[in-house]
Design a protein around this ligand. Structure first.
Ligand SMILES: [Fe+2]
Length: 285
């Protein structure tokens, strides 16, 4: 059986049409895999915590799925490590231009988890981009160093930004602003979704159903957080935001025509397929 037909997975297809992009580009986005692991070098405490947290998620990921009307049954009720390895096997099969991991990759930062993630992503044959989530340290293993990271594609760029503490550092804001000035279309990859005024007004029901914990709010966040929301919503260079954290899939617009794609929990089989392409030619012209 092909991995993509495994009953564990469920997919959301997302198309981003961006002027200036050349050709069609497929990305696989996963988030909130919350992996719990231990190995022979792990301290006893790490093993116990990993077992306890994995058991907890078996129930809690089902609750999130139920709240969001998403699939959850025996195929999804598997250990987080097994789920993560299925996701990587799917990426090997689909061969996206890059695998995007938008945070809470590990349930928590600890040496065995960092060894595991470094080893698994080191063995992955394709490109990947990863950001930390609020469950993780901001320097997990050797996989993340402070700063905005970029990957360039034909006519656009993906920029990974650490917003895992509901704010962004001054240095990262400056770096992102400099990227915006270059004018290359940008897709921002981060962990915590942004609540810009337009999307708050449009998605009142969705957003008020979840408390402030789930968003960086354009008014309630700290100064840098507010600036991050304003920059992503206001800059013409930023074409989309791709993130996670909510454990439910949502697609909304930050401002008209600028999508924010919030991936659901990868530990319960959620996968975003993201196709980036130029706008279709208008047949009337
Ligand atoms: Fe999470």
């Amino acid at each position: 059986m092909r991995m993509k037909d495994a009953p564990f997975f469920w997919f959301r297809e997302n198309r981003l049409e961006i002027p200036g992009v050349r050709g069609e580009h497929l990305f696989m986005h996963i988030t909130d895999t919350h992996v719990n692991v231990w190995d022979e070098e792990a301290a006893e405490e790490e093993r116990q915590t990993a077992e306890k947290q994995d058991e907890m998620w078996r129930t809690f990921k089902g609750r999130f799925a139920e709240a969001n009307g998403e699939p959850y049954g025996d195929p999804q009720r598997i250990p987080t490590r097994e789920a993560f390895e299925k996701q990587l096997a799917l990426a090997e099969e689909l061969k996206p231009e890059a695998l995007l991991l938008s945070g809470d990759n590990l349930e928590l930062s600890h040496p065995a988890g960092e060894r595991y993630l470094t080893r698994m992503l080191g063995a992955y044959s394709g490109k990947y981009m990863i950001v930390p989530g609020n469950h993780e340290d901001q320097t997990f293993g050797s996989l993340w160093r402070p700063g905005v990271k970029t990957l360039d594609f034909d006519g656009f760029r993906i920029a990974a930004v650490d917003d895992s503490r509901k704010t962004v550092s001054r240095e990262d804001l400056d770096a992102l602003r400099a990227l915006c000035r270059e004018g290359v279309p940008l897709i921002v990859l981060c962990h915590i979704p942004l609540a810009a005024p337009y999307c708050k007004a449009q998605c009142k029901e969705k957003m008020t159903g979840m408390d402030d914990y789930f968003y960086i709010d354009s008014e309630a966040a700290d100064e840098n957080g507010r600036e991050f929301v304003a920059l992503c919503a206001g800059s013409d260079a930023v074409k989309a935001v791709v993130c996670g954290h909510v454990h439910g899939y949502y697609r909304m617009e930050l401002v008209p025509g600028k999508p924010q794609i919030i991936g659901s929990q990868g530990m319960a089989g959620a996968v975003d397929l993201l196709t980036v392409a130029p706008p279709k030619p208008n047949p009337q012209l």
